[in-house]
Write a protein that binds this ligand. Structure first.
Ligand code: MG
Ligand code: ZN
Length: 223
């Protein structure tokens, strides 16, 4: 048996769990949603660890959808513009949000990013959150759908260690499935764990290398 110190509700000294902040964030997220709807824009929030494949998956989606929609991308990152430089090569409108030390995007930062996009000439916005599978889930941004991107080769415990994230999202992309067999990962087990945590989840197995699952992801996102 391992001794466990369990954090009680409100006990952790964590500014992100401050209820006033979360309430403020929700109000701003609601305002973002209204703004997006005024312009007839749908927005999708992608969260996942660094290296899970968020940028690559968005690249794949942009490749398939840019003939159908006018697409914008908001990218969250601590300091770099690497991801948005990659995506801007696909001829979509991009805006980088550099958060400095903030490990997630929040609704206020997204509101500012929306101000710098030509909303009149967009139909769809992909939001790439800061590379982090934990706290982005606590900060709704006003997006219509939330997608968690998980690299199946990250850790066999990636799902069971992040229950709150998988309860907060609508869709999970189990990414890099082309590598699962090589590394000996049991993807079916990850799927079972996800269903147990959130039976309402849409789960899609994807590979940005082969393009597997990208059409299915488009379908579950109703795009
Ligand atoms: Mg990225
Ligand atoms: Zn954070």
């Amino acid at each position: 048996m391992v001794k466990v110190v369990e954090a009680r509700e409100g006990e952790a000294l964590d500014i992100e769990l401050d209820l006033n902040l979360q309430k403020k964030n929700l109000e701003l997220a609601e305002a973002n949603r209204r703004l997006l709807e005024k312009y007839g824009i749908r927005a999708i929030d992608f969260m996942g660890s660094v290296g899970s494949g968020k940028t690559s998956l968005i690249e794949r989606l942009v490749g398939k959808l840019k003939g159908k929609y006018r697409i914008g991308v908001i990218g969250g990152d601590l300091t770099t513009t690497i991801d948005m430089e990659i995506l801007s090569r696909h001829g979509v409108q991009v805006v980088q949000v550099n958060t400095g030390r903030e490990c997630h995007l929040d609704a206020n930062l997204v509101a500012r990013a929306l101000q710098s996009l030509p909303l009149n000439s967009l139909d769809l916005i992909f939001i790439e959150n800061v590379g982090n599978i934990i706290c982005p889930a606590d900060f709704p941004l006003g997006a219509h759908r939330r997608v968690a991107v998980v690299s199946v080769i990250d850790s066999p415990y990636i799902i069971v260690k992040h229950p709150l994230t998988f309860q907060a999202v609508d869709v999970v992309a189990l990414n890099k499935v082309d590598l699962a067999e090589i590394v000996g990962v049991n993807v079916a087990k990850l799927e079972e764990e996800l269903k147990k945590i959130n039976p309402k989840l849409s789960i899609v197995k994807t590979s940005c290398k082969t393009g597997l699952g990208v059409d299915q992801l488009i379908e579950v996102l109703n795009l």
